[in-house]
Design a protein around this ligand. Structure first.
Ligand SMILES: [Zn+2]
Length: 328
């Protein structure tokens, strides 16, 4: 391999021949260790077709998966100070950020998009675990606030898909300040009477679980997703006790009432659409018209029916967004 990479590839490059083969054609399933072809994997929504393991999903793929026909508009997130503390561990934080952004138009770990889901307008904010472990710094906090504001502005539900290792330690206290800020964002959505749905993806840990991720009106989780505050090993060492199998997994949390439902990625979009439908239109759009029994009050029916039908037609037209009777 070293001969190929060290000798042949530079020679090809020098000749101006680009080897047009991407580096990651085959991806190893982290669970069953089968090799998965990247195209097949993408077609299967990044779910292993051997063991059904849900692999981590880039934020853009997540948005494409949820919106109608995979079309959505992303919003530009507010500019933030890149390295407020001039933090340095083994490397400078600014260098790490530059590397994470390299060759990509993503600015930080959160991507916010809006579009329609099953015809309902919706705003989705998705985390990218591939961007510095999906950690939440000032930029991610701004992203969530922008998503909340947009949802209120557009009178649409907010769906957040966290996939994060927690607060971004390189931003110190500023990253911890994003916890209350995101909670305020959630509160704004709630005060506007709009649904806030969370889809807990693998992994949802640390500061994210301690703030907006656990505040959903409805909490969904993907199968096998790790959801928790501190890691299993840390808890085990602290309490010096063996933890039960499946601890901090989505199914375990569901059994213990922390998550409302565990939904397979293939069914996720449809489930979200039906939830939005139920939450936004709790009552039918038109009034119920009781059917008259046969032979009973024939005159009355003929008088009433056209009127009722007209009402039924008029009701959705008067309220084109179909928002639930606000202020009624
Ligand atoms: Zn697998």
């Amino acid at each position: 391999m070293s001969w190929l990479t060290n000798f042949v590839r530079p020679k090809l490059r020098a000749l101006g021949i680009k080897p047009d083969v991407p580096d990651n054609l085959w991806i190893k399933c982290p669970d069953c260790e089968q090799m998965l072809f990247h195209r097949e994997l993408a077609a299967n929504l990044h779910v292993c077709h051997y063991c059904d393991h849900h692999l981590r999903l880039p934020a853009a793929d997540r948005l494409a998966m949820l919106f109608d026909d995979g079309t959505f508009q992303t919003i530009e997130l507010p500019e933030t100070i890149a390295d407020p503390l001039r933090f340095r561990d083994r490397r400078r934080y600014s260098e790490r950020l530059r590397d994470a952004r390299h060759g990509d138009d993503r600015r930080d770990a959160v991507l916010v998009g809006h579009g329609t889901m099953g015809g309902h307008p919706a705003v989705v904010a998705a985390f990218d675990f591939g961007f510095m472990g999906g950690s939440m710094g000032v930029a991610a906090g701004e992203g969530l606030l922008a998503a909340a504001n947009l949802a209120v502005l557009q009178d649409s539900p907010l769906i957040v898909v966290p996939a994060s290792g927690g607060a971004r330690m390189q931003e110190g206290i500023l990253s911890l300040m994003q916890l209350p800020r995101t909670v305020i964002g959630v509160q704004q959505v709630r005060e506007a009477g709009l649904p806030y749905i969370v889809v807990l993806a693998d992994p949802t840990t640390g500061g994210v679980t301690a703030s907006f991720a656990m505040l959903g009106d409805i909490a969904l989780a993907e199968p096998g997703a790790i959801v928790g505050f501190a890691g299993t090993r840390v808890i085990q060492e602290t309490i010096r006790e063996k933890l039960p199998t499946g601890f901090q997994r989505a199914e375990y949390l569901h059994e213990h009432g922390m998550v409302d439902m565990v939904v397979h990625r293939r069914a996720l979009r449809d489930r979200l659409i039906s939830l939005i439908g139920l939450l936004r239109h709790p009552r039918p759009k038109a009034e119920f018209v009781p059917l008259e029994r046969r032979g009973e009050a024939a005159d009355e029916t003929s008088d009433k029916a056209p009127q009722d039908k007209a009402d039924a037609r008029a009701a959705p037209a008067a309220d084109p967004k179909g928002s639930p009777a606000k202020g009624a």
